[in-house]
Design a protein around this ligand. Structure first.
Ligand code: NAD
Ligand code: UD1
Length: 337
């Protein structure tokens, strides 16, 4: 199948492009390179022996998007492109709504024009907000607590309305839990700009000597050791979930929503200790105040994805941190030479 991947040079995108090429798909990547570099795709080509076609286009350029679709005529889209930093979204809400929501609108118009009506969208577990019940099932109402999360809610709503208006659209909303890790080769991985917001990239930078210590945001949560619990998922398992969703959409129309998580929760200190084991050294940390907006516990009920897609995460927490460390130690400054 010919698949257009928006945001395909980014973290999850590049791993998904790798899996798509290996599975024999033809891949077109569009990205404005705001938070990635073409180096990731060069390395994907080196790993797979196959090349994705790259177009530097901005989601916010409606004519550029339409031209891209007219020129490339994909059969399906996987839509990763967008902005994802929770803190930044509170400071620049209009930029987040414009890029994520209006950018997706431009994408959907461009798809409609060439009758490309299959889309897999990167949503997030963040849409669940702070529900009491665990694990999180897809039935729980959305109640995002950040501007970033609300952009995901708006896009989901837009896609639901679109699907309801025209049954020829095939739509998958994938709600990711906490993606970590890297391809086992250590050639592609997560390369955050500036100070990492997320736990595992921060720990990796402590391990490689770029940061002095980890700040643990609170140890007074009602959890196993007082620190926050999350459902970490290996990025390659996550990437494979997209291939399964595409396969499903090829034979089932309509709109479908799936959690992509492992169903297991690990605390901050459990992740830190797993990383210490992987890198073979103790990593310094300090307990600091809770981070505003954090929930105590979040983990998925991934049973719908198993039942419908035959997908489940295969890689455990030790594999996740081993692969993340392998990427970080081989690329201490990310894709920068
Ligand atoms: P990423 O930043 O590595 O990838 C996003 C890509 O989109 C980047 O390559 C960036 O250059 C591109 N982009 C940004 N604005 C663009 C624009 N206007 N036009 C074209 N391209 C643009 O992020 P990621 O971690 O790979 O996340 C991919 C998707 O998954 C995002 O939509 C994100 O919200 C979602 N998601 C990520 C996580 C996570 O923890 N990484 C969790 C849940 C959901
Ligand atoms: C965060 C975002 C969420 C987004 C997700 C994936 C917030 C409030 N939530 O989720 O919207 O979908 O990333 O990008 O930002 N931690 C530390 N020290 C650190 C970093 C994190 O102790 O330096 C702790 C956190 O308190 C949390 C856990 O580690 O308990 C995981 O944090 P993180 O990786 O940022 O993911 P989420 O908070 O789940």
């Amino acid at each position: 199948m010919k698949i257009l991947v928006t945001g395909g040079s980014g973290y999850i995108g590049s791993h998904t492009v790798h899996e798509l090429l290996n599975a024999g798909h033809e891949v077109v990547v569009m990205d404005n390179l705001a938070n990635s570099s073409e180096e990731s795709l060069r390395r994907v080509a080196e790993l797979t022996g196959k090349q994705a076609e790259f177009h530097q286009v901005d989601l916010l350029d409606p004519e550029g998007m339409k031209k891209l679709f007219r020129d490339t005529r994909p059969e399906a889209v996987i839509h990763f492109a967008g902005l994802k930093a929770v803190g930044e979204s509170a400071e620049k809400p209009l930029w987040y709504y414009q890029t994520n929501v209006a950018g997706t609108l431009n994408l959907l118009y461009a798809m409609e024009e060439v009758d490309c009506k299959t889309i897999v969208f990167s949503s997030s577990a963040t849409v669940y907000g702070e529900p009491e019940e665990m694990p999180l099932t897809e039935k729980i109402n959305m109640d995002a607590q950040s501007c970033y999360g609300r952009t995901k809610e708006h896009i989901e709503d837009m896609l639901r309305d679109l699907g309801a208006s025209d049954a020829s659209w095939n739509i998958a909303l994938l709600r990711y839990f906490n993606p970590v890790g890297a391809h086992e080769s250590g050639r592609i991985g997560e390369d955050p700009a500036g100070i990492p917001n997320n736990l595992v990239p921060f720990i990796a930078q402590v391990a490689v000597g770029r940061r002095e210590h980890l700040n643990v945001f609170g140890n007074d949560y009602p959890t196993v050791d007082g620190t926050g619990v999350r459902d970490y998922i290996h990025v390659v398992d996550l990437a494979n979930g997209h291939l399964k969703a595409l396969e499903y959409l090829a034979s089932h129309g309509g709109l479908h929503t799936w959690n992509l998580g492992t169903g297991n929760g690990y605390s901050v200190l459990e992740v830190l200790h797993a990383f210490e084991k992987a890198c073979g050294k103790e990593l310094p940390y300090k307990i600091v105040d809770r981070r505003p907006g954090d929930v105590a516990v979040s983990y998925a009920d991934p049973s719908s994805a198993l039942a419908d897609l035959g997908w489940s995460a295969e890689r455990d927490i030790d594999t996740m941190v081993r692969d993340h460390w392998n990427w970080q130690k081989n690329n201490p400054n990310g894709y920068e030479a």
